[in-house]
Design a protein around this ligand. Structure first.
Ligand code: NAD
Length: 729
């Protein structure tokens, strides 16, 4: 079985078709690359072949490099193996680009064109970029681009070097640095591909047959080539490179090795001839791959995220695809859940206590669809279709036939019990009932249900349409079919699930609340709030703790604090936090929604800086802590809580702990998640940091027994709890 096959036509055009057996999308393996190289050699040396078209046997061209292969290269032979592997790809693509031409006269090569039926990502675009002309089908669903940066690497098969030389550093920046994807028409407008046509293989074949020697020579292989927009020592180029460095550092705070390495590869590469630039690109790519951050990011954001989406932890139960969902409560969350369900093709019954509230919930979908229409992402017909799937009503009888209920009424145990009973009186006996509660125990809410084994938590994050994570919570009696139903629902709405057990705040909130509290606590101690916020961002947290609580609202923080204090009694550890939080609430500073919080806001609700009034009430201490101390506090307080969640059995799979942390609350993505971060530090060093913090700041930093044990035994989280170990257990 081969990934590439070649078919020589009577007209002298050899069509090489990429069609990896048994996969819905082509991905490149090293064996595949070798096969392609063999076919290119054969075609170039065959006098009967006049030109070559490279296309795909699938509806898309390719999803990129098999990231498992990249991860494997490093494990097999370290930096040398990675560098050699990457150079072999460069050599293959350079062979395609030079196409057998005489290097001096630049004549005598065979034209090679790429014909893309659909999506072309990563090396699936780097390969076409090495050919002489790229034809894409007029397929609005196709995505074309280089998304490597999103998983902690950068385009390392010539994409970086070729694109910058083709478009200039400025135009290439959003594609390389942000991983921006375009549909074929936009990709053509951006200069990424050459033509958008109805029949890419036919058009490519016609082009190949009439191409001249000059059509085959890339600008950078011609004498007198100048990089568009200028190289770093050209006046215009100077400004671009200076600006790019500042922008990238400002956005990434220097914690993403891939962004820095990409810039270095572009900068250094632009000063030397093309082939040397490719070697430089390969060196920087190897450098990034050898950094644990890239391995951790690939593991969490690609391999494990996909494994969870494909049901890695789904019980072995027949398909539970949702056809009709009943949503109770059409407030902020219910309205969002209705939207994501209806867009996924599921019939929705959206219930609220009053008809106008239900209608407002449905109007949320309308406004999101209207925004999509403005951005030309949604058609009027699509809007009508989605809206026709949502029935907004107060009538519980409309829930008849729903196979899933998602309850999102007020956070009140009695209100929730009441709607549970009302819904269960109508829905089929085998329907699953899910609650979106953030704080109430699932097992307790399940008491209102006739069928506690069919009762489960499906916890969304706000705003529902944007947040990728959904936390599924098993109550004490929740059965396998309910878990499977929840997972199938999350798959239908194209989000990423984690499955956890029922303890206070489940997983995500359990870790994020201590992060916010640590920031607030430091304000009370007189730590400069700017130091707190910057320390968090410089560790790669998307929002500092004070900005985060302004976003989620200070009154919600107060409510949670009061409820937690009531539940914990004398054990409640966060009195110092409450001194600050309750005082803020007393001042009416509820966060962004009241345009007043830890930050000051202008009339339009834009942050204008940290609020100066904090200094009067909580004067700054003369001795400010070191940056690292603040960073350790903010990171450890989350990571140790994740370890406790694992120890307590709330988490059953550390992959879920890591993926959930990044997608759920933005835990510094460069680490690959809290367990990834602790593995980077190593358990002994993590214990050392935690002990030191515990001595200075209190028991909340005391290393959990599990972490101590791992330090003593020299274990890592992925070594002890990784998926391979799980399978063996
Ligand atoms: P919300 O106040 O915006 O909406 C609640 C809705 O439920 C209101 O429209 C209300 O009219 C309706 N409702 C109340 N009692 C009802 C009844 N008896 N019958 C029918 N409808 C009734 O609240 P929200 O922010 O959407 O939160 C809803 C649930 O989701 C809560 O359990 C909350 O803890 C949880 N949650 C909230 C967030 C968040 O960020 N806001 C995140 C995750 C989970």
């Amino acid at each position: 079985m081969t990934d590439f096959t070649m078919d020589k036509g009577d007209d002298g055009v050899a069509v090489i078709t990429w069609d990896v057996p048994g996969k819905s999308m082509n991905v490149l393996s090293m064996e595949g690359a070798q096969q392609l190289g063999g076919l290119i050699d054969a075609a170039l040396s065959d006098d009967a072949v006049r030109g070559i078209v490279i296309t795909s046997g699938k509806k898309d061209f390719a999803a990129g490099m098999d990231l498992n292969v990249i991860a494997g290269m490093k494990d097999a032979g370290g930096a040398r193996a990675v560098f050699d592997g990457v150079m072999s790809l460069h050599n293959l693509l350079r062979k395609i680009e030079r196409a057998g031409m005489d290097p001096k006269t630049l004549k005598g090569g065979k034209p090679i064109a790429a014909a893309l039926p659909g999506t072309a990502l990563g090396i699936g675009l780097e390969l076409p970029l090495a050919t002489h002309r790229i034809f894409a089908a007029d397929n609005a669903k196709a995505k074309i681009g280089l998304p490597e940066i999103m998983v902690g690497i950068f385009p390392g098969a010539g994409g970086t070097t070729r694109l910058v030389r083709k478009m200039g550093a400025m135009a290439a920046a959003p594609i390389l640095l942000e991983g921006k994807l375009n549909d074929p028409k936009k990709a053509r407008a951006a200069g990424l591909i050459d033509e958008v046509v109805d029949d890419p293989v036919g058009s490519a074949r016609d082009w190949v047959l009439q191409a001249s020697d000059a059509d085959l020579v890339k600008p950078w292989d011609q004498k007198g080539y100048k990089m568009p927009g200028g190289t770093p020592y050209h006046p215009a180029g100077f400004m671009t490179f200076l600006g790019a460095n500042a922008m990238v550092l400002g956005r990434t705070m220097g914690v993403y090795p891939a962004a820095k390495a990409l810039l270095s590869a572009v900068y250094e590469g632009s000063l030397v001839p093309f082939d040397t630039a490719l070697r430089i690109e390969a060196r920087w790519f190897t450098h990034v791959l050898m950094n644990p951050s890239s391995a951790n990011m690939i593991r969490s954001l690609f391999i494990n995220k996909e494994a969870l989406e494909k049901g890695a932890n789904r019980p072995d139960v027949p398909d539970q695809t949702v056809r009709k969902v009943g949503i109770l409560g059409a407030g902020m969350m219910g309205a969002g859940i209705a939207y994501v369900s209806a867009t996924a093709g599921i019939e929705v019954v959206l219930i609220d206590a009053a008809q106008d509230a239900a209608d407002r919930g449905k109007a949320h979908s309308e406004s999101l669809l209207d925004k999509g229409i403005q951005r030309k992402k949604v058609t009027e017909a699509r809007k009508a279709e989605v809206l026709s799937r949502i029935l907004a009503t107060t009538d519980y009888a409309a829930l008849d036939g729903c196979d899933l209920i998602v309850e999102a009424v007020f956070e009140d145990i009695d209100v929730k019990a009441d709607v549970t009973r009302k819904a269960e009186a109508v829905i089929p006996a085998d329907a699953i009932f899910a609650t979106n509660t953030s704080t109430l125990p699932i097992s307790e809410l399940a008491r209102a249900s006739q069928r506690p084994d069919q009762f489960i938590g499906i916890h969304f994050f706000s705003p529902v349409d944007k947040m990728a994570l959904v936390e599924i919570i098993k109550g004490g009696e929740t059965g396998d079919r309910a878990v499977a139903k929840a997972l199938d629902f999350v798959r239908q709405i194209r989000k990423t699930p984690i499955v956890v057990n029922d303890e206070r705040f489940f997983y995500a909130n359990r870790c994020i609340i201590p992060y916010i509290n640590e920031g607030v606590r430091m304000v009370g101690e007189g730590v400069n709030p700017t130091l707190v916020e910057n320390a968090a961002k410089m560790m790669g947290m998307p929002l500092g703790p004070l900005q985060l609580i302004d976003e989620t609202s200070i009154d919600l923080g107060v409510k949670i604090a009061k409820a937690t204090r009531a539940a914990m009694g004398n054990d409640y550890p966060d009195g110092n936090v409450d001194d600050v939080l309750f005082w803020m609430a007393d001042q009416g500073r509820m966060g962004r929604k009241s345009k007043a919080g830890f930050y000051a806001y202008d009339d339009a609700g834009k942050r204008t800086g940290l609020w100066s009034g904090l200094d009067d009430r909580f004067p700054r201490a003369d001795d400010q802590p070191e940056l690292t101390e603040v960073q350790h506090r903010l990171m450890m307080v989350q990571a140790l809580e994740a370890v406790r969640a694992l120890e307590a059995g709330v988490l059953e799979d550390i992959r879920e702990g890591d993926v959930g942390a990044i997608l759920g609350w933005g835990f510094a993505p460069w680490t690959g998640g809290p367990f990834g971060w602790l593995d980077m530090l190593g358990a002994p060093r993590a214990v050392e940091i935690a002990e030191a913090l515990s001595d200075r700041h209190g028991d909340r930093f005391a290393p959990p027994a599990l972490l101590r044990e791992m330090a003593e035994r020299g274990e890592s989280f992925y070594g002890r709890f990784g998926p391979d170990q799980k399978k063996a257990a």
